[in-house]
Design a protein around this ligand. Structure first.
Ligand code: PMP
Length: 356
């Protein structure tokens, strides 16, 4: 061991889904949107002037923040933006989870939460989902389970299951002394958002992303909406870390995306209808899964191990996500692509499963 190594912060990093280099693959492994961003995004990027890049961007990203505030009917002071929701969530962990009591989140959930907790040395406890992979709200109430904060995705990842609004509200209400973060990365694909609760509970932070429903994973934009005091605390931490998180290109592209409501509604509707069609196909092929409200389906097959399917699909240049983890190692998470991509997936599976 080199002498400096004892002072290194050692972490086991989050592993992002693979970005295959080969062309012509069917990529259903990172829950991207199969459609391009709104046409206005292209125009906004074309109008960027290289000579302006000599200047720093607006540190408050006020154009983007303003567009989001209008879209979600909140004040600009209630909106925080960051470099994808990963950045927003990391800042929120650093800002709000500064307690000696454990932060609570489900055992099966977005696998970045425990990584941030480890990185920031935040104590945490993973609360097991029930055997139908559902969140049990009572297990997150501070009276029975003293905690330093709560975070969960809704719909949950990688299960895609929605926790109904009443249960979300109970978790927020029963934790008045800590911040509750609802990670709504997939909410636009048919689940109900906790945003209406933000006016009622000043300890609720709702986090969303442009990566899925707004087709901008490559641009890296996420945001949080909450009470003014929460957002002000987040900004204090952000300005103590990196003031210029949003580039000129990001601000322009993000604003254009939010302003095209019609395109947003249309692409979301198309993804949902392909998902519902895909559910029928998977069911007919013998897969079992619950009712996903996200842009992916988390499914297993009673006869063929998920790992085997994952490898066979990969050999056929169809990428889905497989997690080699306890309780979920017999499931595939299949993102919803275009109808044509899902048809090709269905054809492959039908052929592969024929004699098994
Ligand atoms: N939350 C959840 C539950 C996710 O699945 C993802 C996507 N990996 C994110 C947050 C982060 O997405 P992004 O940083 O692209 O906004």
């Amino acid at each position: 061991m080199r002498s400096w190594e004892k002072n290194v912060r050692k972490v086991v990093p989050y592993v992002p889904g693979e970005q295959p280099r080969e062309e012509n693959v069917i990529k259903l492994n990172t829950n991207e949107n199969p459609y391009p961003p709104a046409p206005g995004v292209k125009r906004a990027l074309e109008q960027l002037r290289a000579e302006n890049l000599k200047k720093y961007p607006d540190p408050t990203a006020s154009e983007l923040v303003g567009a989001l505030a209008r879209r979600y009917s909140v004040k600009p002071e209630q909106v925080f933006v960051g470099v994808g929701s990963d950045d927003v969530l990391a800042m929120a962990f650093l800002t709000f989870f500064n307690s000696e009591k454990p932060v609570l989140f489900p055992d099966i959930t977005y696998s970045f939460y425990d990584v941030w907790a480890e990185l920031f040395r935040i104590p945490y406890e993973q609360i097991p989902l029930n055997d139908r992979f559902q969140i049990c709200p009572e297990q997150y109430f501070s009276a029975d389970h003293p905690n330093g904060g709560v975070i969960f995705p809704n719909p949950n990842a990688p299960t895609g299951l929605e926790l109904e609004p009443d249960a979300v509200e109970r978790i927020v209400r029963e934790n008045p002394d800590v911040v509750v973060i609802v990670d709504e990365a997939y909410v636009d694909f048919g689940a109900k958002s906790a945003l209406p609760l933000v006016e009622k509970y000043d300890n609720l932070l709702v986090v969303q992303t442009f990566s899925k429903s707004r087709s901008l994973a490559g641009m890296r934009i996420g945001f949080a909406i909450g009470s003014e005091p929460l957002i002000s605390c987040l900004n204090d931490v952000k300005y103590s870390f990196n003031s210029y998180t949003m580039s000129q290109a990001v601000i322009a592209a993000g604003t254009a995306a939010v302003e095209d409501e019609e395109y947003f509604q249309k692409t979301v509707r198309d993804v949902i209808s392909t998902r519902e069609w895909m559910k029928e196909q998977l069911r007919a092929l013998g897969f079992v899964f619950d009712d996903s409200k996200a842009n992916f389906i988390f499914a297993s097959h009673p006869r063929v191990p998920a790992r085997k399917l994952f490898e066979a699909l990969r050999d056929a240049h169809i990428y889905v996500r497989y997690f080699d983890k306890p309780r979920i190692d017999n499931y595939l998470r299949i993102s919803i692509g275009t109808r044509e991509e899902m048809e090709r997936l269905t054809e492959f599976l039908a052929e592969f499963l024929k004699d098994r």
